[in-house]
Design a protein around this ligand. Structure first.
Ligand code: HAM
Length: 438
């Protein structure tokens, strides 16, 4: 008895399939990242896709959008509360502590590539399952590593042939300078909060620094004149930030200071940054629409207190993550050409019982000789196989029938002209390679 499905199924909202024809972009990004990571001494780490949900609450911060609205949390059958990872840093911090990496020579440099999950309103560049490439450096507080993280980020983008990128950068201070700034900010906002949006009215109580991140039109005049953290940094944070900028100058990385950049995760100290397409402003549309639609290719910063908060020793750290979907989208928009690595030009046709019998072994021999071959072994007729070879755009077809199988030959057919020649099987690889060179 056959069971008919009641409805057709689709990808869950905010998710998508990566089809074979798209894979060349994903492979290209992974290859570039692997290469850069190797050169800069980053070791690959893979962590579970779900973790104890408290890990994220503790790391990312209770009063953030990620924890308040975007986490996929569920109870397991064993009654544990776990969450699909909304970002990678918390897991890597957990792994650094759990695996005793503090005992290794520092700094420890790690990178990861994989899917993340956030329950967002799906729109262009925002998905519920998306992919991040992350780089994290543990165990060194020197500003040279803030600059190296930014450099690795930018290098990845440039190696992918992306153009016109700009790093927006800020320092959000440390536990020495932030409290007094926080008081100044609260004082400034308290007398103006009536005119602000509902979100800001909430943020002033739960997470005042995030007031600076508001994108609402009515909050912009208030935000523009708000005191900036950069003017209140303690000497250590000031000097640290100055050094980071000097390193960026030395590396000739284009950047602009953005005193309102605070990032959406609570674990940052000192340097924070995001990378954008430089000329987005010139793409037309209103300022308001631009502010709302402006999407970072990625971002990061220092998180010197996080390792201790998660239960490890006091360990400085800095890192960043790049959004793969946004990078690939930009590659397409900017017309970056990515070669299809396995564009096959040869099609193997088999006819008759003996031809079919020999075809699988022949296919293996050809691929062992480095030739990428297409086939349609399920079909038996010569004409239907040749039609498929044509559709695939094959340059030549190899035909093995009853006679050829007995004689140890193979027919080589030029798909454009229809010309055919019979070649002894032991010579076929050489003959094909000569043809492909033409
Ligand atoms: P984040 O800014 O939340 O930082 O995410 C980094 C990047 O991931 C974003 O700039 C964006 O490109 C991409 N991304 C985030 N959410 C989505 C989404 N819903 N759809 C598509 N792409 C998205 C972090 O996650 C930090 N862990 C970065 C970090 C690493 N900081 C220190 N180390």
């Amino acid at each position: 008895m056959s069971r008919k499905p009641k409805k057709t199924f689709q990808t869950p909202k905010g998710t998508f399939d990566i089809l074979p024809q798209e894979q060349k972009y994903w492979n290209k990004v992974r290859d570039v990242v692997r290469d850069i990571a190797l050169h800069y001494g980053f070791g690959r780490i893979d962590t579970p896709i779900f973790e104890n949900s408290d890990l994220y609450v503790t790391s990312v911060g209770e009063a953030t959008d990620i924890i308040e609205k975007q986490m996929y949390v569920f109870k397991t059958k064993g009654k544990d509360s776990v969450a699909l990872r909304p970002e990678g840093t918390a897991s890597v911090v957990r792994a650094y502590i759990e695996n005793g990496m503090a005992n290794l020579p520092q700094p420890v440099k790690l990178y990861y590539i994989g899917p993340m999950f956030r329950y967002e309103k799906p729109q262009s560049g925002r998905f519920r399952q998306f992919h991040q490439i992350g780089f994290e450096i543990f165990g060194d507080m020197d500003p040279v590593y803030d600059a190296q993280i930014i450099n690795v980020f930018v290098k990845t983008c440039y190696s992918l042939k992306l153009k016109n990128l700009n790093v927006e950068i800020n320092s959000i201070g440390c536990k020495e300078c932030r409290p007094s700034y926080r008081s100044q900010l609260l004082k400034y906002y308290r007398s103006r909060i009536k005119g602000a949006c509902t979100n800001c009215k909430k943020r002033i109580k739960t997470n005042p620094l995030r007031l600076l991140d508001c994108k609402e039109e009515k909050c912009q005049p208030i935000k523009v004149n708000a005191p900036t953290l950069i003017d209140s940094l303690c000497k250590e944070c000031h000097d640290h930030f100055k050094s980071v900028l000097e390193f960026l100058d030395e590396l000739e990385i284009p950047y602009s200071l953005n005193p309102h950049l605070v990032r959406g995760l609570d674990y940052y100290t000192k340097t924070v940054f995001e990378v954008f397409l430089e000329d987005e402003h010139s793409e037309g549309g209103s300022e308001k629409a631009h502010r709302r639609s402006k999407l970072a290719l990625g971002g990061g910063g220092r998180f010197d207190k996080l390792i201790k908060i998660v239960g490890g020793k006091d360990t400085p750290a800095v890192g960043a993550a790049i959004g793969m979907e946004r990078v690939i989208n930009l590659m397409k928009k900017q017309g970056v050409k990515v070669a299809n690595p396995f564009k096959s030009q040869i099609f193997l046709v088999q006819v008759g019982d003996l031809g079919k019998k020999k075809s699988l072994k022949l296919f293996d021999d050809l691929s062992s000789a480095g030739l990428h071959v297409m086939e349609s072994f399920g079909r038996n007729s010569l004409s239907s196989q040749l039609r498929i070879a044509d559709k695939f755009g094959a340059k030549m077809s190899l035909i093995i029938g009853q006679k050829e199988a007995i004689d140890g030959d193979i027919i080589l057919r030029d798909m454009e002209t229809g010309a055919q020649e019979t070649v002894p099987i032991e010579k076929i690889v050489k003959v094909i390679k000569n043809h492909l060179k033409k």
